[in-house]
Design a protein around this ligand. Structure first.
Ligand code: PLP
Length: 342
């Protein structure tokens, strides 16, 4: 079975565990887990941020990051398709009392001009009305085919945030895929963001964890929220140690995934139009009936995701080699021919 449903489905290897130094694992609630501290320091260096906090999941990272940057009853402007709105709108409202202001952008990139339009679309004359505290961006952009959020646009959004007193949050679950695709180092790419989330459990192939980064003040606040949410774990070095090993090889890992998706996209394009240009490790196509299409492929030994009723998502990861991708591409091309997709 070639499983292209998600890059979260990667496997733990024996070496991941064998390489761990159990002496370094301590109680992170006492600040005594050396793996967690090393991983947080490594992420500060890689992303050029002052402070970092190890989180159990990307969702908790996003929830706490947004809570640090926006007050109750205030707005966070984001794109309709970004994870923060697409999957997390209940949490943002129920846990933080934040009002999400989702904007439908033209191509998935929430630009400075879109954010200006979102601000202008409501009464903003005084604090009697809803006021935006923050903007939440995403890179790579999952629901738009893994698009890279353009760095130049992020710089423009930063300028708008400075002008209007808003903070800038980046949900960078797959930010390293974006950095490699854009040829920009993570510290420069992430520089405009006040706070940033990054996932170890996606392309790096670690089993667990995310990192929330930002200024020392924001991270101290986030540490309190993490405790409130029950996200302060004890011997979390077991997970942080594996993530640290995987992080050492980040560039080769995400580069390989991006290349495999590029290969899959090039092969599929011969049979079916792609929904988005392939920039990172995902390929989306449109079919008449996504659920039926997924079943057709399953019978051919290929697993993929029915993303919506008529779109299908393929994600590459370290589960795959070139031969798997070529075999999957042939199966998809046969299925599109059988379904009459053009
Ligand atoms: C996966 C993902 C998350 C959430 O991460 P979990 O660890 O699954 O909670 C958040 N944002 C984006 C863009 C993601 O892809």
């Amino acid at each position: 079975m070639i499983d292209l449903r998600s890059d979260t489905l990667t496997k733990l290897t024996r070496r991941d565990v064998a390489d761990l130094d159990y002496e370094k694992i301590g109680d992170d609630c006492y600040g005594e887990d050396r793996y967690v501290r090393e991983l947080e320091a490594a992420c500060c260096r890689l992303f050029g941020k002052e402070a970092a906090l190890f989180m159990p999941s990307g969702t908790m990272s996003n929830q706490i990051g947004l809570r640090c940057l926006a007050a109750r009853g205030r707005e966070v402007i984001t794109e309709t398709g970004y994870h923060v709105n697409f999957f997390e709108s209940s949490q943002v409202s129920a846990l933080s009392g934040i009002v999400l202001h989702p904007f439908h952008s033209q191509d998935g990139v929430l630009r400075a001009a879109d954010i200006r339009a979102a601000i202008a679309s409501k009464a903003r004359g005084s604090a009697l009305y809803s006021l935006p505290d923050a903007v939440s961006l995403e890179s790579s952009i999952n629901t738009y085919g893994g698009l890279v959020y353009p760095h130049g646009e992020m710089v423009r959004v930063r300028g708008l945030c400075d002008e209007t007193g808003m903070a800038l949050y980046m949900d960078g679950a797959r930010i390293l895929n974006s950095c490699v695709s854009a040829g920009i180092d993570p510290d420069r790419y992430a520089a405009p963001a006040d706070m940033l989330n990054f996932c170890f459990s996606k392309g790096l192939g670690a089993p667990f964890g995310s990192m929330l980064m930002g200024s020392r003040g924001h991270i101290e606040q986030a540490r309190i929220f993490r405790k409130w949410y029950g996200g302060c774990l004890h011997q979390s070095g077991l997970m942080a140690g594996i993530a640290l090993h995987r992080l050492r090889n980040w560039r080769a890992a995400v580069q390989a995934d991006n290349e495999l998706a590029g290969l899959l996209g090039a092969k599929l394009q011969e049979a079916v139009p792609l929904l988005h240009p392939v920039q990172t490790n995902m390929v989306y196509i449109r079919v008449p009936d996504a659920a039926r299409f997924v079943d057709l492929l399953l019978a051919e030994g290929v697993r993929c995701t029915a993303w919506t009723g008529d779109t299908v998502r393929f994600v590459t990861s370290n589960l795959h080699g070139r031969a798997d991708i070529l075999r999957a591409a042939e199966a998809v091309c046969r299925a599109t021919a059988a379904e009459g997709v053009q």
